[in-house]
Design a protein around this ligand. Structure first.
Ligand code: NAD
Length: 458
């Protein structure tokens, strides 16, 4: 499966409105902190966009200035270049990243993205979002993210194994079960996690306990947790079940469209179908399909496994990109890459709710359109927090040498998701703001409380 990069069309810049709501006009992304820290001036820069949303929330709750600057930049930005022998005997140089955003609440935690279009600022944004997500969902982790600039679908299994093991060696002294715990993300999978755990275990053989706890999302046969593979989709569905009633939408019979049918999209689709919802349109990098009578989410997942994407799926009509966005549904789930819902897509969407399965799928300009059109957005730091939550359970199981059954995993996950949704609802009520701002406030309140007792060294 080859992934096309998310389109990076220039989004129109909007202005600052009342705190806590997506702003209107030409200066949405301005903030004194950006000038103080010398941020890139580009309003389409993903890092500037994500931090901008957090700063709106921080202003609204009067977060102290020192916490705004601490959270606006990652603690560590690690870049490595490493050579790997290809199957034909030639060597190629690869670039890898690990960004450690914040560890005030616990070890850095976040996925590794294997994609040909990975850049430092993307990784910084994703690491930042992990800090916010872990805080909101109440797990004892900070935020990190990493990746390798590589298209995993263009390499043999043997080449990928060498790339992954060499990358692990390059960053081994920067990660650890009690310091920084990576996981899968776009383009990486349980097999890659197993190679990382094995390489790390080999390198740390002389000391250290539970070295396999250095990474989560491992295969169940090698320290992985039951329920981890579906966890992010499960969390999206748990969030919908919690939030839909107040939006007067019944999950039974509710119509859904999904952008991206990889791990997050396909599990969200399958679990929603189990709950009585109907998946009527899906798009990925291979095309778009629709069937108003419902697409069998399980059959589509099998098709994608076999053929690498939704293209060619029988029992659905092939549609074009615009038709996909215009399909009338109750819930639209973006579960592909960042910045895919820009102004034009937001104008086309014909839904009541956007449930962000992907990280940062909606640009500020896209969000402004959605708000004007009365479309509710369930923000990613709430909606897709199920993955890191079950990663936490995997880490706990590794550390305590125990294995939980699936029922326990699902039950504990549900408890975390309901609690996080409650925090968002409370913040929205208290600050009279949108759900994204409320989610950031929920996350920032916990970070603020931790910094108040910890202080900032020295
Ligand atoms: P994945 O690689 O399994 O799937 C990505 C999907 O996006 C694929 O279906 C691919 O076809 C589609 N896609 C890529 N480029 C596209 C394009 N230009 N147009 C349409 N579709 C395109 O990745 P994933 O693990 O499902 O992650 C998806 C998103 O969810 C990412 O933003 C990731 O950071 C986020 N996320 C993942 C997890 C997790 O546990 N895997 C957890 C939290 C958040």
């Amino acid at each position: 499966m080859t992934q096309a990069p998310a389109s990076k069309k220039p989004a129109k810049v909007a202005s600052k409105g009342k705190p806590g709501s997506p702003a209107k006009g030409p200066d949405l992304l301005t903030h004194p902190i950006f000038d103080e820290l010398g941020f890139q001036q580009d309003p389409n820069n993903l890092y500037r966009q994500t931090v901008s949303s957090m700063l709106q929330a921080a202003d609204l709750m009067n977060l102290p200035h020192q916490l705004k600057i601490v959270l606006a930049q990652p603690k560590n930005e690690i870049m490595v270049n490493f050579p790997v022998r290809m199957d034909d005997g030639e060597y190629r140089l690869f670039k890898g990243y690990r960004v450690q955003h914040n560890n005030a609440l616990g070890p850095y935690k976040g996925g590794l993205r294997f994609h040909h279009d990975v850049h430092l600022d993307d990784v910084k944004s994703l690491a930042f979002l992990m800090t916010m997500k872990c805080s909101l969902v109440g797990v004892p982790f900070g935020g990190g993210k990493g990746g390798i600039k590589v298209d995993p679908y263009k390499h043999s299994k043997a080449e990928m194994e060498r790339i992954v093991r060499r990358f692990t060696t390059a960053i081994a002294h920067q990660i650890g079960p009690d310091y920084d715990i990576p996981a899968p993300d776009v383009g990486s999978n349980a097999q890659h996690m197993a190679w990382i755990a094995d390489t790390y275990t080999f390198l740390s053989e002389v000391g250290g306990h539970q070295p396999e706890a250095v990474i989560t999302g491992k295969p169940v046969e090698f320290g992985g947790s039951l329920g981890r593979e579906k966890a992010t989709g499960q969390g999206v569905v748990d969030t919908l079940i919690e939030m839909l009633p107040e939006l007067n939408i019944d999950i039974k019979g509710c119509k859904v469209s999904i952008l991206g049918y990889g791990n997050v999209g396909s599990w969200t689709g399958r679990i929603l179908q189990d709950r009585g919802a109907k998946i009527i349109a899906v798009m990925d990098h291979t095309g778009a399909i629709a069937n108003d009578g419902g697409i069998d989410a399980y059959a589509l997942a099998q098709h994608c496994q076999k053929f690498g994407g939704v293209g060619g799926f029988k029992n659905a009509d092939k549609i074009d990109k615009d038709e996909f966005y215009q399909t009338k549904v109750d819930v639209f789930v973006p579960a592909a890459l960042e910045q895919m819902i820009q102004e034009p897509e937001a104008k086309m969407l014909n839904c009541k709710v956007v449930a962000e399965g992907a990280n940062a799928p909606t640009t500020p300009a896209g969000e402004r359109v959605l708000e004007q059109r009365g479309i509710e957005v369930l923000p990613a730091i709430l909606c897709n927090a199920g993955g890191v939550t079950v990663s936490y359970f995997e880490w706990v199981q590794n550390k305590t040498c125990k294995s939980w059954d699936l029922e326990q995993v699902d039950h504990e996950l549900n408890k975390h998701m309901i609690r996080a949704a409650g925090k968002v609802r409370d913040a929205r009520k208290k600050y009279k703001c949108g759900l994204r701002t409320a989610a950031y406030i929920g996350a920032l309140e916990r970070l603020k409380a931790a910094y108040e007792v910890r202080g900032i060294f020295p």
